[in-house]
Design a binder for this molecule. Structure first.
Ligand SMILES: C[S@@+](CC[C@H](N)C(=O)[O-])C[C@H]1O[C@@H](n2cnc3c(N)ncnc32)[C@H](O)[C@@H]1O
Length: 266
């Protein structure tokens, strides 16, 4: 049960600073944190990504909002923290090292963007981003069935020819349920002309965020996103029947997210 008080209205975008706004929320209310923070000097034209003088300043800032995120997280909850190395920036490696010393490591998800980006001449073309997953307690809520990957009909028919199985109905039902997703999540990144695009330079695909929410939460659980951007987490939570709170500093993005949710441009 979520606390029913004025301290915490759910399904709302709070315009403000992540650290300050997280500090106002009660302890242990969120089942999942989805945090896609500024990367630090990757999007060089965006003031929100270049607001720290040094990587150490950025990492110290991250320490603060991560501690607050873990405070508002339930004991069986998970915090998903996005980062990338595409332009050979490596601050995220330091962030992962730091956070896994301060908190409990749970997983490192690879978001396979399906196509490469920011072509490099002297190495393989980067195609993935990462999602560090940390947890608060020993036991977490996680529903592996929520994101099974279907087998195609031909594969099912091939597997059904395997005579080692006695109960073929049970075998068919098992195959038709699909296989468990791996921690490499292949979801195409949004192209310029994508209908989903709504004017944010690092908008994540809703299908990706939906997978995280589907596994880590149940209906009506609360998801908090401290860096809501264009509102992807809110849209995904809404689609999945979860409660949500999003924090975003930039009023232009708050407006974009509000329009997106109102117009059901999910
Ligand atoms: C990587 S983007 C998030 C994109 C989002 N996941 C989406 O799909 O649209 C990071 C966001 O953090 C916001 N931001 C930067 N500093 C912030 C702060 N101190 N508090 C809250 N939001 C902040 C930026 O304005 C930006 O929209």
């Amino acid at each position: 049960m979520l606390p029913d008080d004025a301290l915490m209205k759910t399904n709302q975008i709070i315009q403000g600073d992540a650290l300050q706004e997280l500090q106002k929320l009660p302890d242990s209310v969120a089942q999942a944190i989805i945090a896609d923070p500024p990367y630090f000097n990757v999007l060089e034209d965006e003031a929100w990504d270049t607001q720290w003088k040094t990587a150490e300043d950025y990492l110290t800032w991250c320490d603060g909002w991560v501690v607050q995120s873990m405070r508002v997280l339930r004991d069986d909850g998970l915090a998903f923290i996005f980062g990338q190395l595409g332009k050979r920036e490596h601050t995220f490696l330091h962030l992962m090292s730091r956070l896994t010393q301060q908190h409990q490591f749970h997983d490192l998800i690879i978001w396979d963007r399906a196509v490469g980006y920011d072509e490099r001449r002297d190495s393989f073309t980067p195609q993935y981003e990462m999602v560090l997953v940390i947890r608060k307690g020993e036991r977490v809520k996680f529903n592996k069935d929520a994101v099974r990957v279907p087998y195609d009909a031909k594969t099912i028919e091939t597997y059904l020819k395997d005579k080692r199985y006695k109960d073929m109905d049970a075998r068919r039902a098992h195959l038709e349920a699909g296989k468990f997703a791996t921690n490499i999540l292949r979801v195409p990144s949004l192209k310029g002309l994508s209908k989903e695009k709504c004017g944010h330079p690092s908008q994540k695909p809703i299908a990706l965020i939906e997978k995280l929410i589907a596994c880590a939460t149940d209906t009506d659980d609360l998801v908090i996103d401290p860096f809501l951007g264009s509102g992807t987490t809110a849209a995904a939570a809404q689609r999945r029947g979860r409660q949500w709170i999003g924090i975003e500093k930039d009023p232009t993005y708050v407006q974009i997210a509000q329009n997106r949710l109102q117009e059901s441009l999910l």
